[in-house]
Design a protein around this ligand. Sequence first.
Ligand SMILES: Cc1cc2nc3c(=O)[nH]c(=O)nc-3n(C[C@H](O)[C@H](O)[C@H](O)COP(=O)(O)O)c2cc1C
Length: 373
Amino acid sequence: MVIRRLRRRKRYKRNVQISMTNPPSLPVYDRFQSYDWNYEHAPDPVEIEVPEMPGKWDICGLSVDSPLGVPAGPLLNGNWCLYYASLGFDVVTYKTVRSRARACYPLPNLQPVACAQLTGDETEVSAATDMTGSWAVSYGMPSREPSIWRADVEATRKQLGAGKLLSVSVVATVQDGWTIEDLAVDYAKCAKWAVDSGADIVETNFSCPNVSTCDGQLFQQPTDAQLVAQCVRSAIGEVPYVAKIGHVPTSEAAGELLQAIGSSIDALAMTNSVATQVRDGDSLVFDGQRRGICGAAIRDASIQQTRLFAKLIRERQLNIQVIGVGGIQNASDVIAYLTAGAKACHVATAAMVDPYVAVRIKRELARHSGNSG
Ligand SMILES: Cc1cc2nc3c(=O)[nH]c(=O)nc-3n(C[C@H](O)[C@H](O)[C@H](O)COP(=O)(O)O)c2cc1C
């Protein structure tokens, strides 16, 4: 079995070139196993030749080998970060962590869906048996104890190669009776811990429930988001700060959010997902609760949102980069995001399905730039 060979015999030597027409299979996240099982079964890094990405790249002023990254989610711990870094991703984001341990939701954590491009107006989508590009994501942002993830972040940063950046995503954990100020302090505490552990970049997940409007999310509540962003900024000093947001349907809402948090952040990552219910025959999956749809089905909406935010940022002369996330599968999608104004492109679903996706994208872009030059 290829996985065993990789581990036991170190089959690949440094810079081994792999044929992309029929590459050896590599391990991926197993959606039929629990989050904890996948946490414990991170694959070892591989040694394969990854083409250089043409151009000079930076994220929030930090130089990096390419704009390709993995957003918060697929990389459950440091070993997953190192595996995907070895596969050609240059910004690896440590899955969202908290100030206290939190268990994962039960399976299914990843439910394939069958749907066309989503607009955000859908009330439900259909569940599917096979994965064809999009799935509903249901984890509830589990986290290990801070002592565990902090030590892991520290060890991971030390092992990441030159030209690679480690971003750590954090979220607050609402307690009974908390005010928005308490929430802000909890966000800031996690952000500071991430920085103290060596994170190059800190990301706050603002697609999470808000305490002052229990059904809302922070990115939809500009005043509350502003307070949190200011508190995080004062905790982390000059360290690059990214806010991750969900689907913002109108230009007005986008403008209000920028007005509120624009002076505290260095970048905005979008889009987390498009939320909707999932129907399987006569019943609704996840007890009828909405879940974020990720993958191919959110590409068009996310590119459109990237274009909108990039335009507003330009008009307001803000010093904020947009990190494009959502449905990226190939070099054309990367070009579409960069053309829409993104400075970086992060791939979650496609990278979990095809671990070679960064190598394929870099090869295609290198060929593209060779041809056009
Ligand atoms: C398995 C999985 C877990 C995720 N967990 C998180 C998370 O913990 N925090 C977060 O901000 N986003 C999370 N996301 C959302 C991704 O960061 C990303 O925004 C989304 O998947 C869209 O990108 P994609 O279309 O390339 O999958 C998760 C996505 C997936 C697929």
